[in-house]
Design a protein around this ligand. Sequence first.
Ligand code: CTP
Length: 374
Amino acid sequence: MILTRAGAEFVTPLSLGSLSGDKVYQELFSLTDEAEMGHIELSRSADLVVVCPATADLMARAASGLANDLASTALLATDKPVLMVPAMNVRMWEHAATKRNVAQLRADGVTVMEPDVGPMACGEFGAGRLPEPDRIAKEVRRLLAGPQGHGPLAGFRAVVTAGPTREPLDPVRFISNHSSGRQGYAIADALARLGADVRLVTGPTQLPVPDGVTALRVETAVEMQDAVKASLPADIFIGVAAVADWRPATRAQGKLKLKGGADDKVALQLVENPDILKSIGAKRKDRPRLVIGFAAETSDVERHARGKLARKGCDWIVANDVSGDVMGGADNEVLLVTKAGAERWPRMGKAEVAMKLAERIAATFDDSQTNAAE
Ligand code: CTP
């Protein structure tokens, strides 16, 4: 256990040591510690290095590769997986410098958890709270299970799109839709729980990124398409996003002004957005083995879904009847349409739909491996 100088302002080495039953190391150049265990050895003596709480300062130093105290030196010297559990003020978490550092750490292979959202010690509200202990424990267990994760989808990469897209008219206005992103986030979570390496390409939502999932945040359909392309190759692609079908033909540089007359008609020119799902389904090179689309229908669900399956070159379509309260709601009632047939699932929570879908995907890969081996 390593206690930083700032950490020692909050807790004493004695209380940490007696509660954990472990030796607490503090100084890089302490002779007694070095005699017992050098900092290099210390950095490798654990199976997983957990930085908790990870401050903005420590993350900035780790992202730059600085080694100016025992904690940052151990982080630079370790050859073990590293988990950072951030805790800081919301403005600090949202600062461009912190975002840059978090992105750098993730690119370097460090797992950085998303902090919890809520009231802070300083009286402000937002993202930056230390995640609840059970979330941290879950993440530790997941990382200890191995770099590829455990489970039937370990070793598979999945790309999931989620949420709405925003198509700007001018610097302050955009066209969008009511998608909450819940179903897509739940699917990313379920796939990660089964061990897949998941990239979630998400439009703007209020949802926390599920643990173990790498999120790429985008605004427009074109940005979403670029982020999806950059995430390939993958074994599984699931298009859950409610991609805006059109975008304004031009984006005004300055805010559009009213003309002043109540009878003035304003014509808005729209152009079609790229169909991300269709472009993945039609790929000849590097097509994911399983391409899954969603279809929101208000009538004749199976017929429309089957048409979409063929038109977009998908393997499966998850169709839902959105004539009720599905969009933005907690439940979903779906029809799984494959080339072989259709299957109606009972109404259930979006997390249950997600897990059932992830299990179905795992079973399909398992079958195809068995068949290939036979
Ligand atoms: N999709 C996409 N890129 C688009 C539009 C849709 O990737 N530009 C994906 C969605 O993520 C979803 C599926 O295609 O998986 C939905 O197809 P879409 O044709 O938009 O169907 P609906 O939303 O059901 O609308 P409609 O019936 O009007 O075609």
